[in-house]
Write a protein that binds this ligand. Structure first.
Ligand SMILES: *Cc1c(COP(=O)(O)O)cnc(C)c1O
Length: 360
């Protein structure tokens, strides 16, 4: 199906060739013919994996959460391996790497993944480069192609967490990454109704290592969760089209608002990630962040006043969410930062709500 657009592939991939049009939920721990679900997988996971694999251009393995996928991707690292990781990025990934480093299981150098020269300088002697792009919560953009080239030359594997872009807006495996991970809890599933993760590998051998880690560590998805994530994936194209069009409008209007001191959105021509995102992505995505001129108290007030946007954590659902990321002690976020995951509501309803919340 490679000649079809990714939006079309997202609708059609992973469907059974006979019987029901959509793969059913198969509730089974074991099968008469091919074994035990934790080790061999199940038809409901496989349908989801086939669909994501077709989009990524690799072989996909589903997990019970994004973190289960991330932990499985880290699993083959030998004790003492040197890892280059993101200084700004998903909090729990950074905590996982930092805790493993503190326990002596690996040595960690944290870098700004948007600073290509700094990342490549750190890759000398590394076993793994971990890249998240766009980054949480600042929506920074890494030069995945150059990072992969340089990291591979230094002998390091590259894993990319592409959750913020979804498989429709960025294909890290094509840009040279060895493994791409997604929290399918977010844009892929799209409805804030389950946890799920997926890791996709460029080679069958690396995919097998991910599957092995899933079987050994037990980070398996539930059948209903995999079913819901695949159902969500079917509408990812339209959800994203709407979300990113709205994000572009909100970013532009926020940038012109007197109560806003900074907007982070790669779709803005003035954004430091704009050129890279134009070159490496098929859209600027539905995540943006902004800072209130009135500091932390003003940011808190916005969260308290919104009525159409919801003040809640997480992202990638049909509902627009706003969150103060600086509340998390481990997160390297500016004090007055608000992260917005733009959903599919009417753009003017969202803007009116934000404007009223910013006015006080
Ligand atoms: C949410 C998220 C994760 C973790 O995924 P879970 O499904 O919550 O385990 C990892 N990376 C990024 C960028 C995320 O947004």
């Amino acid at each position: 199906m490679s000649e079809l657009s990714r939006e079309t592939v997202a609708v059609h991939a992973g469907r059974p060739s006979e019987g029901p049009l959509s793969p059913p939920v198969v509730l089974a721990s074991n099968f008469r013919t091919y074994g035990y679900t934790r080790e061999e997988g199940s038809p409901t996971w496989e349908a989801f994996e086939a669909a994501v694999g077709a989009l990524e251009g690799g072989e996909s393995v589903a997990f019970g959460s994004g973190m289960a996928a991330i932990a499985a991707a880290l699993e083959p690292l030998p004790v003492g391996a040197r890892v280059v990781g993101p200084a700004v990025g998903y909090t729990v990934t950074r905590m996982l790497l930092a805790e493993r480093a503190a326990a002596g299981r690996l040595t960690l150098e944290s870098v700004d993944v948007a600073d290509t020269a700094a990342v490549l300088a750190a890759c000398e002697g590394a076993a793994l480069l971990w890249v998240e792009t766009p980054t949480n919560p600042l929506v920074g953009i890494a030069e995945v192609d150059r990072l992969c080239e340089g990291a591979h030359a230094a002998g390091a594997e590259v894993v990319v967490d592409a959750t913020f872009a979804s498989p429709l807006l960025q294909r890290p495996l094509e840009l040279g990454a060895d493994v791409v991970v997604h929290s399918a809890t977010k844009f892929i599933g799209g409805h804030s109704d389950r946890l799920l993760g997926v890791a996709s590998a460029r080679t069958p051998e690396r995919a097998q290592a991910l599957r092995h880690a899933r079987g050994m560590l037990g980070g398996t998805p539930g059948a209903l969760e995999a079913f819901l994530a695949l159902r969500g994936l079917r509408t990812l194209g339209v959800r994203l089209e709407r979300g990113q069009a709205t994000a572009a409008v909100l970013a532009e209007r926020l940038a012109a608002h007197p109560a806003v001191s900074a907007v982070h959105y790669p779709g803005l021509p003035s954004d430091p990630g704009h050129e890279r995102a134009t070159r490496l992505m098929d859209g600027f995505g539905a995540m943006l962040a902004f800072e209130t001129a009135g500091g932390a108290a003003a940011a808190d007030a916005v969260c308290a006043r919104v009525r159409v946007l919801t003040h809640a954590t997480s992202l990638g659902g049909v509902e627009t969410l706003i969150e103060r990321r600086a509340r998390y002690a481990e997160e390297a976020a500016p004090e007055a930062l608000l992260r917005v995951s733009v959903g599919v509501e009417d753009v003017e309803d969202l803007w009116a709500d934000l404007e009223r919340a910013l006015a006080g």
